[in-house]
Design a binder for this molecule. Structure first.
Ligand code: SF4
Length: 275
C-alpha cells in the first residue's frame, strides 16, 4: 500500500442505499475506498463496481456532491434507520479535509423520523459531536478487533489505535451520545480465546458501550490469503492456530459462539453475534 492514497472527486446520483441488513433501512457511504488499510478488509469488492484500477487502500473517491444530493433525497425517502460507513469508513483521514460526512450529518438535522448511526474506527467522529447532538436520534459504533496496539498496527495499519477509539467512545458517551461496540472481526489465533473476548467486551463496557455486536472473520480467499501472509511474516508462531480455523470453519464458528456467550456473562452488556 502506498503511504498516500490517490484522492479524487466522484459524483453520486443517490446516497441512501436500501440496506439488506434486517435492522437497518439505509446505508450511507460518503467515500469509495478506505485509507485505513485493514488487512482483513471485506470492502475490496466495492472496487469491482467502478472503473477504478488502483489497488484497494490506494485510492479514495470523494463524493463531493453527497450533501447536496442528500438534502434532496431525505424528504423523498420514508423515514427509518440510517448508518454511515457500512462499507467504507466515513471518518477516514480524508474526512478531516473534506468534511463530507459532517455535511451529510447536518442534512439530517430536523429530519423527522430518521435514526442516524455511524460505524467507524476513527476518533475523528468526536469533531462532529455538535452535529450529532442536534439529531433527534443518533448513535456511534466503534469497530475494535483487539486491544493490543502492536497487533492493531499490523492488522489495521492506518487506523487510529484501539485506545484512541475507546477514548473517543468514552468522550461521546459523556456528551450524551449513545455508543456501542462492533467487535469484529475477532482475530483467529489472537483475540478468540474466552479471556481475550472478555477483555475486549470489558473495555467496551468501561468506555460506555451499551451493546456489542461480535463478528467472526470471513475467510473468503482474498482475505484469507492477505491475513495468512501477514501472520506468516509477523506472527509465525500463530500460523498453526490460524490454519486450524480454515480447516473446519463450521466447528470453529460454533466454538467461537460458545466462547462469546461465556465471556458475555462476565459483563453487563447486551452482546449479540452476527455469524
Ligand atoms: S476501516 Fe473498514 S473499510 Fe476501511 S480498510 Fe478497514 S475494514 Fe476496510
Amino acid at each position: 500500500m502506498s503511504p498516500k492514497p490517490r484522492v479524487f472527486p466522484i459524483e453520486c446520483k443517490t446516497l441512501m442505499t436500501k440496506s439488506k441488513i434486517p435492522s437497518l433501512d439505509y446505508a450511507i457511504n460518503p467515500y469509495l475506498g478506505c485509507e485505513h488499510g485493514c488487512v482483513y478488509c471485506y470492502a475490496t469488492f466495492m472496487a469491482r463496481f467502478s472503473d477504478i484500477k488502483d489497488e484497494w487502500g490506494n485510492f479514495v473517491g470523494v463524493k463531493e456532491n453527497a450533501p447536496e444530493v442528500l438534502r434532496k433525497e431525505i424528504p423523498r425517502r420514508r423515514p427509518g434507520s440510517v448508518t454511515f460507513g457500512t462499507v467504507c469508513d466515513a471518518y477516514q483521514p480524508v474526512e478531516e479535509q473534506y468534511g463530507i460526512t459532517r455535511s451529510c450529518l447536518e442534512a439530517f438535522v430536523g429530519a423527522d423520523g430518521f435514526e442516524v448511526g455511524v460505524l467507524t474506527k476513527s476518533d475523528l467522529v468526536l469533531r462532529d459531536v455538535d452535529v450529532l447532538s442536534k439529531l433527534a436520534s443518533a448513535d456511534v459504533g466503534f469497530s475494535i478487533t483487539c486491544l493490543d496496539r502492536r497487533l492493531a498496527a499490523a492488522f489495521e495499519p492506518c487506523a487510529p489505535s484501539p485506545s484512541r477509539r475507546l477514548t473517543a467512545m468514552r468522550e461521546l458517551s459523556r456528551e450524551g451520545i449513545p455508543v456501542w461496540g462492533f467487535f469484529g472481526p475477532v482475530l483467529p489465533g489472537f483475540t478468540d480465546t474466552e479471556e481475550e473476548i472478555a477483555e475486549v467486551l470489558r473495555a467496551m463496557s468501561e468506555a460506555g458501550a451499551v451493546r456489542v455486536l461480535v463478528d467472526a472473520m470471513n475467510l473468503y480467499p482474498k482475505v484469507k490469503n492477505s491475513v495468512r501472509a501477514l501472520i506468516a511474516r509477523a506472527f509465525p508462531d500463530r500460523l498453526d492456530a490460524f490454519d486450524t480455523v480454515g480447516s473446519d470453519p463450521g466447528a470453529y464458528l460454533s466454538a467461537l459462539s460458545e466462547r462469546v456467550a461465556t465471556a458475555a456473562r462476565t459483563v453487563d452488556l447486551k452482546v449479540d453475534v452476527c455469524f
